[in-house]
Design a protein around this ligand. Structure first.
Ligand SMILES: [Fe+2]
Ligand SMILES: [Fe+2]
Length: 318
């Protein structure tokens, strides 16, 4: 069933499913409903507002274990988040109860061994439930806050990643017990075989889900954290630059006096006498004014003075 072809945006979706029917379960989690005719992956994704690249990354990874490192940078985190949430809903709301029902129909509940098997299954279901609810209550809201640029606290994706464990050990145990030790008659044997088949499928689904979280979701969030940190730093740096520019470019009161005098047609000597400073100081002020305003001509300074209300237009010698 594994197919080594790398699927691309122009492949027909129906062909991928023909090659690997397991991905049918992923389609629902992406919000893609069946009935898409002969459309390509790109067409179906665009119709359903799913990011094509993210869809293909998950599909190619799930089918072939193929992951291009460049994909991580281009992944849509909102699409991944929606996919994982919907996957949880599918597993908790549909798969777990479905297998429970199959098991209880295939087992004789009056039998002690059968009751123990159901108990083991319920423990497994409880474990999976806690695992997924932890992600829904902690990880997904954290990622949403990263997307909203509104992170509170010091939780990060590495904290999650370090504690993200395999949650299907009980399922393996259950399967082995049924296969190795459960005596059954012909009818029950058929029912149990069908149930076992579904349990195997479930196990594969869960392992693929965990791998998508570890190998695609976690690196994507790590990259988002890095981008957010970089933009935080660049905002801080640009604030610092703006601040220092603001400070150094602001005209002093004395410089404003020099501009007013210049606009009124005074020479350096006249300005010096008028403001009771030396001619050299006037020249220094003029140099600083030109640097700060990047205005060198008297006409330019006149316009600046009028626009900034340093002088009234009627007092200006034109
Ligand atoms: Fe999960
Ligand atoms: Fe998980």
């Amino acid at each position: 069933m594994k197919n080594q072809k790398m699927y691309e945006a122009d492949d027909k979706l129906i062909n991928i499913i023909r090659d690997n029917y397991n991905i049918l379960q992923s389609l629902g989690a992406f919000g893609i409903n069946i009935g898409f005719g002969d459309k390509t992956v790109r067409e179906v994704c665009e119709d359903q507002s799913v990011d094509t690249n993210t869809f293909l990354t998950v599909v190619n990874y799930t089918i072939n274990g193929y992951r291009n490192i460049d994909d991580i940078e281009r992944l849509s985190v909102p699409t991944l988040l929606k996919y994982l949430k919907a996957s949880h809903e599918y597993y908790l709301g549909f798969q777990l109860p479905f297998i429970r029902k199959e098991l209880s129909e295939a087992l004789d509940e009056n039998d002690n061994l059968a009751r123990l098997i159901l108990k083991l299954y319920d423990e497994y279901a409880h474990q999976i439930h806690s695992h997924m609810k932890y992600e829904e209550k902690n990880v997904f809201p954290y990622v949403q806050s990263l997307l909203d640029n509104n992170v509170v606290g010091d939780y990060d994706i590495d904290t999650f990643s370090k504690h993200h464990t395999q949650a299907d050990i009980k399922l393996k145990e259950l399967k082995n017990i049924i296969i190795k030790y459960l005596p059954s008659d012909g009818l029950h044997n058929n029912q149990l075989t069908a149930t076992l088949y579904d349990i195997y499928n479930n196990e594969e689904w869960l392992s693929a889900h965990r791998l998508v979280e570890d190998e695609i979701f976690v690196p994507a969030i790590r990259s988002l954290e890095k981008k957010n940190r970089q933009s935080d730093v660049s905002v801080k740096i640009s604030n610092m630059i703006n601040q220092s520019q603001d400070n150094s470019d602001a005209l002093s009161d004395r410089e404003k006096d020099v501009i007013i005098s210049l606009v009124q047609g005074m020479t350096n000597k006249e300005i010096a006498d008028h403001l009771c400073i030396s001619t050299n100081t006037v020249i220094t002020h003029r140099r600083n004014i030109a640097r700060k305003l990047q205005i060198h001509s008297p006409a330019g300074l006149t316009i600046y003075a009028i626009v900034n209300n340093l002088v009234d237009i009627s007092s200006v010698i034109l």
